[in-house]
Design a protein around this ligand. Structure first.
Ligand code: PEP
Ligand code: MN
Length: 344
């Protein structure tokens, strides 16, 4: 349920509504960023009666939210959520481009690639320190040492850091460094991790699980918002289908469907979706064409030597070509891209 308050409502008016909600064992959530002041209600809302709110002078409207996901729904908030990480936004007119290696492999490797990306105008660096790998024998990441390198990059280059938290144990450590904490496909329904991420103020990049429906993804996002963290970015990264020629099947239907049903930003990761480096650019173009708010792309200076996901990683040179194409496409979909094309 959503209560729309009149614009001139006082703090006391809002408190009165909140108290009435809490007295029925429901939870009030002030919806940030809305044009009108909205108070979303979660919990056993069937016990609430619209009339008991409508009779209050400060209440303009009471809306029943019909979807199973509440706080993430467009019914709850009509305008798009823009996540603002000072000078770097996700969900606004400028496309958010997140780029970097799958894993941090050494200090040198990270500084080399981060420096090149920064020169291109990239604001968000992705790089995994704690890697969730299908095989226990594969490279698991540099862990704490990787986080240390990321904090040095952040300090020296001012890039926004996107890195994955794969369990609740290391989440607080990652939260100290990451501007955006990635929750990966394998953890999309790790509800303890989602709840703890919901108690942080860092932005959360929630990737779609490989066998998750769009609704499952939105329900997982709801876990985070329900704990008070509204800074959630969704990510379509391909799902498992019967197709074996590509790593996953990029479900671009998810982009317009999420835009219709949720106010949260949605970006696309074409690298994990297709898994083949020279097919990443066409899928990135398709993602932007269908309304994605940005991209997450794996870029590595030496893909042939990468310790994870080398076969889907672009070299900086090829990534620059991708940016060039996205730059041409962006105005057609009323978007902009921050990209310094003339850097060699
Ligand atoms: C990654 O981004 O490197 C990753 C492991 O992604 P996903 O969770 O989508 O597989
Ligand atoms: Mn990867």
């Amino acid at each position: 349920m959503l209560i729309i308050m009149k614009l001139n409502s006082s703090k006391a008016d809002i408190e009165k509504v909140r108290d009435r909600i809490s007295s029925k064992k429901c939870v009030p959530h002030e919806i940030p960023g809305a044009n009108k002041l909205g108070i979303g209600i979660t919990g056993p809302t069937t016990l609430l009666n619209e009339q008991e709110f409508l009779c209050l002078e400060s209440v303009e409207e009471v809306i029943r939210v019909t979807k199973p996901y509440k706080l993430v729904s467009r019914e709850m908030k009509q305008e798009n959520t823009i996540i603002n990480l000072d000078q770097a936004c996700i969900g606004g007119e400028e496309l958010a481009i997140i780029a970097g290696p799958c894993s941090i492999e050494s200090k040198q490797q990270l500084f080399d690639i981060a420096g090149e990306l920064k020169e291109m105008g990239i604001k968000f660096l992705r790089a995994g320190a704690f890697k969730p790998r299908s095989s226990p024998y594969s490279f698991q990441g540099l862990k704490e040492k990787g986080l240390l390198y990321l904090s040095e990059i952040k300090r020296e280059l001012g890039l926004k850091i996107v890195t994955e938290a794969k369990d609740t144990k290391t989440l607080p450590l990652i939260a100290e460094i990451a501007d955006i904490i990635q929750i990966g496909a394998r953890n999309m329904q790790n509800f303890s991790l989602l709840e703890e991420a919901g108690q942080l103020s860092n932005a959360i990049l929630l990737k779609r699980g490989m066998a998750a429906t769009i609704e499952d993804l939105l329900m997982s996002a709801e876990y985070i918002l329900s704990q008070g963290n509204f800074n959630v970015i969704l990510c379509e990264r391909g799902i498992r289908t019967f197709e074996t020629m590509t790593r996953n099947t990029l479900d671009l239907n998810a982009v317009p469907m999420i835009k219709k049903n949720s106010h949260l930003p949605i970006i696309v990761d074409p690298s994990h979706a297709i898994g083949i480096w020279d097919k990443v650019t066409p899928m990135a173009m398709a993602a932007i064409a269908c309304g994605s708010d940005g991209l997450m792309v794996e870029v590595h200076n030496h893909p042939d030597q990468a310790l994870s996901d080398g076969s889907q990683s672009l070299t900086p040179k090829n990534f620059r070509k991708l940016l060039d194409k996205i730059g041409q496409l962006a105005p057609i979909v009323d978007r902009k891209i921050n990209y310094y094309a003339n850097v060699s």
